[in-house]
Design a protein around this ligand. Structure first.
Ligand SMILES: [Zn+2]
Length: 222
């Protein structure tokens, strides 16, 4: 269900998991961006508020087909506790992915516990990875049989692994807004992108700088 709230990227937006902007440039970064105010002291706006919202995001991000989402929702209706556990796991993975890429974006080393947690999900994910015949070459696919409630974690973990082992890892950035915390891949030519969204976070920072300059030139009012 759409809610109105203060989103750092779009202050007056009605956004939910199914309509959230996908600005990360990679699946794992978009998944990390399913909460707002990730970096700030203020508590975040959670988008993954239910298993249904998680599935809605999976559809939105293109990792679940309509029939797969339907099957998972049917399974979740019969196994509410397992669906909740899968949602908890997804949020835990999201926080691991956020921390891993956030520290790397700031040139700091990855926490060993976070890497171990990501590896644990990868082991599980790779157990479900299959080769699919095709031309001109084969492709990777997730096993289609069995409605695994946590299957949305598999492509996210694999996306994180692929990015961590790619040259473009050095292009991962965290939005320069103090509070936003959204992650993205800087694909600009001169590697100078600072904001997840220039129209949102970028403009607000510009407005704050402008306001601060004005305050300095006129002196404080109080
Ligand atoms: Zn931002």
């Amino acid at each position: 269900m759409a809610r109105a709230y203060e989103n750092p990227s779009n202050p007056s937006a009605d956004v939910d998991a199914a309509t959230l902007p996908l600005r990360g440039g990679r699946l794992c970064l978009d998944f990390a961006n399913t909460v707002d105010w990730h970096a700030g002291a203020r508590h975040g706006q959670e988008y993954l508020t239910s298993y249904a919202e998680l599935i809605a995001w999976g559809r939105h991000a293109g990792i679940l087909a309509g029939d797969e989402a339907h099957t998972l929702m049917r399974e979740a209706a019969h196994h509410a506790e397992r669906a909740q556990a899968a949602l908890d796991q997804a949020i835990a993975l999201r926080e691991v992915v956020y921390r891993v890429f956030s520290v790397l974006a700031h040139g700091r080393p990855t926490d060993a516990g976070d890497l171990a947690a990501l590896n644990a999900v990868l082991v599980e994910a790779h157990a479900h990875l299959r080769l699919r015949a095709g031309t001109p070459h084969f492709s990777w696919a997730w096993e289609p049989d069995g409605p695994a409630l946590d299957r949305i974690l598999w492509p996210v973990a694999r996306s994180a692994a692929e990015l961590l082992t790619a040259d473009e890892l050095e292009r991962v950035r965290e939005c320069a807004s103090d509070s936003c915390g959204w992650l993205f891949l800087d694909t600009s030519k001169n590697r100078s992108r600072r904001w997840c969204d220039m129209a949102g976070c970028g403009n607000r920072a510009k407005a704050r700088r402008h306001y601060a300059r004005g305050r300095r030139s006129t002196g404080p009012d109080t």
